[in-house]
Write a protein that binds this ligand. Structure first.
Ligand code: GLU
Length: 443
């Protein structure tokens, strides 16, 4: 693969991430690398397109990356150094958009992959954004509120050279939430001397957040899942759903599924979860999980591990935890007829191949979980115009945009005879490539 792009700043990495190795070695450290995964998906999609090789190379690599190391004063007065990143993958369609992740496992390659997926996701949804992502290597649960605030304000200051309402607009992701966004908005505004709500999305309503943003990702998952069930011939009154990940995305998707009349038979968090053959009371499980922080001892349900959940005999598997969950190691054991990817990158390229052989329909991440960034866009527009819409208007617009994107992916999938992931990426990459060509190469 590397012979095709013999120059460029990432030559060594491109070599390391050569697609065939990524596909073949998904059991090893290379294949677990999300950037290798993103590149492998990219190579597959572009094989259907007639793109200029320079455009292909442009899209393989992030446009710009910032790596920061910064001190934070802890509650015991010690100074600790934290590392973080902000990556802009593409700016061709507009300001960059993408979440900020707080997790001890964050790597630069993970952030690169997530930024690339944001570019495709925004293009697929026809949002006027490029893709970005940020992350800090920290376990937020191990910090006090004050420490978390100081870390956030310092990180926001560090990345402020890349961030702004017209340049790069962060949002919540794993380990961050509306409060973290509020601190970022406040820090940025303090430096400018006036309030700039549009610098982040996923904020609290009180400071310019959008109604419906909190549930948007989960709602979008449910809408696309419902449409895909139709294609796969799964009837709603018989459907058995299992949900991996019970955070903001998984729990809302589960609740939506429950409200659509589907039977949610199992749900897990990182420490395992609950299974009940005749269906879980999702609302009660949400309350239990909120209070206990786990799903152990949920009344009238049995315990289930994450591995067992992935192999559960069910119709729909919602993957709403994190990357690399269904891999070459366990894809054979998946019994679900379809997968809805609430998380980014939960299925590896090798697993994709195995599941395709077995006829498992996958609603890919960049379509399935795009509800979040879609309502982020609505939030940003509302902030810029200082005029706010009702929750009903937001939810209706969200559903319409999700349905439109779903239909375009379905059509593209039929046209090219490829799975929905490839179809979604074909559409997105073509749009970005068109934008690059129309703008022309500067100077
Ligand atoms: N972190 C979310 C995602 O992966 C939302 C990004 C946003 O709203 O900008 O799509």
């Amino acid at each position: 693969m590397t012979e095709e792009h013999p120059s460029g700043p990432y030559l060594d990495e491109a070599r390391r991430f050569s697609v065939s190795r990524a596909l073949a070695q998904d059991q090893g450290p290379l294949g677990d690398n999300p950037y290798a995964m993103a590149l492998a998906q990219f190579e597959k999609a572009i094989s259907h397109l007639k793109l200029k090789s320079g455009v292909i190379d442009t899209l393989r690599y992030p446009k710009r990356e910032l790596s920061v190391a910064f001190p934070v004063v802890m509650d015991n007065n010690e100074i600790r150094i934290f590392r973080g990143y902000r990556v802009h993958h593409s700016t061709v369609k507009g300001p960059t958009k993408g979440g900020i992740r707080y997790a001890p496992s964050v790597t630069l390659d993970e952030i690169r992959a997530l930024a690339m997926w944001m570019t495709w996701k925004c293009a697929l949804m026809n949002l006027p954004y490029g893709g970005a992502k940020g992350g800090v290597l920290v376990d937020p649960k191990k910090l006090s509120m004050r420490e978390l605030e100081r870390l956030t304000r310092r990180y926001a200051t560090e990345i402020s050279i890349m961030m702004g309402p017209e340049s790069d607009i962060p949002a919540p992701d794993m380990g961050t939430n509306a409060q973290v966004m509020a601190w970022i908005m406040d820090t940025y505004s303090m430096h400018k001397g006036f309030s700039i709500p549009a610098v982040v999305t996923g904020k609290p309503i009180e400071i310019g957040g959008s109604l419906g943003r909190g549930e948007a990702t989960g709602r979008g998952v449910a809408v696309t899942m419902r449409e895909a069930m139709c294609i796969r011939g799964i009837s709603p009154d018989q459907a058995r759903v299992a949900v991996q990940g019970f955070g903001n995305v998984g729990s809302v998707a589960a609740l939506q599924a429950h409200e659509m009349g589907l039977k949610v038979v199992a749900a897990t968090c990182s420490t395992g979860g609950a299974i009940k053959e005749d269906g879980l009371d999702v609302k009660a499980l949400m309350l239990h999980y909120d209070a206990a922080g786990n799903m152990k001892d949920f009344p009238e349900a049995d315990f289930i591990t994450n591995e067992e959940l992935l192999a559960l005999d069910c119709d729909v598997l919602i993957l709403a935890a994190l990357e690399n969950q269904v891999t070459a190691r366990n894809a054979d054991g998946v019994k679900a007829k379809m997968i809805a990817e609430g998380a980014n990158g939960p299925t590896t390229p090798s697993a994709d191949e195995i599941l395709k052989e077995r006829g498992v329909l996958i609603v890919p991440d960049i379509l399935c979980n795009a509800g979040g960034v879609t309502v982020s866009y609505l939030e940003w527009v509302q902030d810029l115009q200082s005029f706010f819409w009702s929750e009903d208007e937001i939810n209706r617009t969200l559903e319409n945009l999700m349905l439109k994107a779903f239909q375009s992916v379905k059509d593209c999938s039929a046209e090219h005879k490829v799975p929905m992931r490839e179809a979604a990426q074909i559409l997105a990459i073509q749009r970005i490539s068109d934008a690059i060509m129309i703008r022309g190469i500067y100077p």
